[in-house]
Design a protein around this ligand. Sequence first.
Ligand code: FE2
Length: 202
Amino acid sequence: MELEDSIFNALHMYTKVLSVALGYRDLLTRLHSERVQGICREIGMRCGLSNNELNALHIASSFHDIGKIGIPDHILQKPAQFDDGEWETMRRHAEIGEKIMAATELRGSQQAAQVIRHHHEHYNGQGYPDGLSGEDIPICARIISVADSYDAMAVTRSYHHARRHPEIMAVLHQETGEKHDPEIMAFFSEIIESSQYKANRA
Ligand SMILES: [Fe+2]
């Protein structure tokens, strides 16, 4: 997918308000989304994406979790692991996010909506919501998946502690080929070492 600069600017202005709104519901998710966007940009540049593709990646990565606006507080803010029913509800954020992005009806928003829908698909087809696999998953969604997983493990949440960089990389490598695209993981492994988003840099 690609977005020309003029369309990117319009879509970005239009959707920025949504991330501010999400920040009032769930500040941690907003801050996570900003870091994921930054990591995605570094991966996208290393992958050799064009300017217009980077624009599309920026929009989709910034708003990948915007659907959490539609998840009830008792689940969104739950300070413990989810049960099966709660997971099912939480998984709906991908489709809710797709609908929110598509509702802007701006040119390019349908493609961004598809990336948001598919950001939890797994390379081996075991993800959600559609069980897409391999290159059937939009490349921007495959990039978001790696960045999202890294940052989720790098920060402390109410139900888990922050992990250190080597530990996170070990988990990601273990998941490569199953959850993550091997080619994108290879690019990510290169850029993260000198990235400002590397965990526990101190
Ligand atoms: Fe998500």
